[in-house]
Design a protein around this ligand. Sequence first.
Ligand code: PLP
Length: 393
Amino acid sequence: VPLYFKHAKGARLTDVDGNEYVDFVCGFGPVILGHGHEEVCAAAARGARNVQQTGGQHLAEVELAEAIAGTVPSVETVRFSTTGSEAVHGALRLARAVTAKNLVVKFASHYHGWLDGVFHTIGAMPPGLPDGAGVATGSSADVVVVEWGDETALEELFRRAGKAIAAVIMEPLPCNQGVFYPPDGFLEAARRITAEYGALLVFDEVITGFRIGLGGAQGLFSVTPDITVLAKSMANGFPLSAFGAGHDLMGMVARNEAVHAGTYNGGGSSVAAGLATIEALCRDEGHYERMERLGSRLKAGLESSAKVHGLNLQTRGPGPVFYAWFTDGRMVDSLSDHLKADMALYTRFAELMLDEGVRIIPAGRWYLTTAHEDPEIDRALEAADSSLARLSG
Ligand SMILES: Cc1ncc(COP(=O)(O)O)c(C=O)c1O
């Protein structure tokens, strides 16, 4: 439904016709403190007035870099970009430069942005094919796709081709085609195998960074990658991303041997928004507990309401970002289960929810913000109850 919005505040949106919606799309993930967060907006305005674009460094970048290094375990030094796709590109360029190898291993269903080098096997495409028209065919030769969680396949691949592999990139908590926790020990295995063969482990925490906790997925799972990519929740919706690692690894970028460029990198308003967002998140770690509690309430309410109406709705993932599917009752634990779920029914559910004043992503992912409170969850559960009744009727 091509909605046009005229106002967004906290957890609520208003469209051009004056209809109000409780929002669970949250800008597809970046909005973590709620829309129009006063402190972040004021900081961004000050940042724009103070140092917006000089083509040089400015102090706020250092403060933001220190704030990130203080919270994300793998990061000592960062480079700022504007989008997640660019920061992934920077991370992989760095990995290839440092290892002097070319191949990148990614996992089926993991999304790392829309650039050619990683736009492979995100949905139902067989391994080795790009996910849409117009992607450079040559880019497929630089990527090897492995099933998520398949330690044996990863180990076997390294045994065969380890000499050529520069990096393994993953969403450590995959969120794009279903939210799926890694199988027990898999992140540790990826850490061990990459280290053994001299490849770098890259965690794409574009969604999970600052969303599921201050330390992101690496904080949650206590596995430390070589390079981390951050974006979305680090600046509450302002265009800001980063890739970071230890001082030694980042040296090649600092010395301009591995080039990372971008006219708008480190723009004053985005950097100020990032700093204000991280400060607000750090000030009250209770934010994450609250999102977890509200998300749990929401997930349980959706599942039980569906049951009452004779439907099978399953949810997976932590409170601040989770996924929901209609299934035939089987558990959804993998990409192939995800692809078997009833997407047409879910799309209809999302349309009915919109009618009821609740905006959700038709693909199945839900995001919460620190601005969501019990009344927003109540409202979503009431809307779900009547939407599910209409769906089953
Ligand atoms: C895990 C992950 N990596 C990278 C990206 C690309 O980020 P952007 O859309 O800012 O280019 C996304 C976007 O959704 C993402 O979810």
